[in-house]
Write a protein that binds this ligand. Structure first.
Ligand SMILES: [Zn+2]
Length: 137
């Protein structure tokens, strides 16, 4: 990291333009994750550029992990539809989130934005699924 700073490299958000092919999807994502003031006011995220996504060279207002968490909250009912998936899969996804976040926070390893997004995405789905299983049993 120090070498990067000495070389004058800036920490840039990861562009996701190539993963969002349609113009309407880009507009929707821009409206939700870039233009709205909600995230800055109500979601306390570090917003580090190197841990965030960008679209059309504009950085998201939340990091990749928080983006995954928010999308995961929205799509978490999908975990209820997948009724024949074993509990161990959902527990494993929760463990992935905990391991990725904690080992990075402790400085043991460096994560990447794809892993941050996926682990964030899976966590709300796993929580909803495991909570429902607990309620039913
Ligand atoms: Zn965040």
């Amino acid at each position: 990291m120090i070498r990067r700073i000495l070389r004058g490299e800036k920490k840039q958000p990861l562009p996701i333009d190539k993963f969002v092919p349609s113009l309407s999807a880009k507009k929707l994502i821009t409206k939700i994750f870039i233009d709205t003031a909600f995230w800055r006011r109500h979601w306390h995220c570090h917003c580090l550029p190197e841990r965030s996504f960008s679209l059309n060279k504009r950085q998201f207002q939340i990091c990749a992990r928080c983006t995954g968490l928010e999308v995961g909250i929205i799509i978490s009912p999908i975990s209820l539809i997948a009724s024949n998936t074993p509990s161990s899969l959902w527990q494993l996804l929760l463990l992935l989130f905990l391991l990725d976040g904690s080992t990075q926070a402790l400085g043991l390893r460096k994560s990447n934005n794809s892993l941050r997004f996926v682990s964030g995405l899976a966590t709300p789905m796993a929580i909803v699924r495991l909570a429902l299983e607990k309620l039913i049993s």
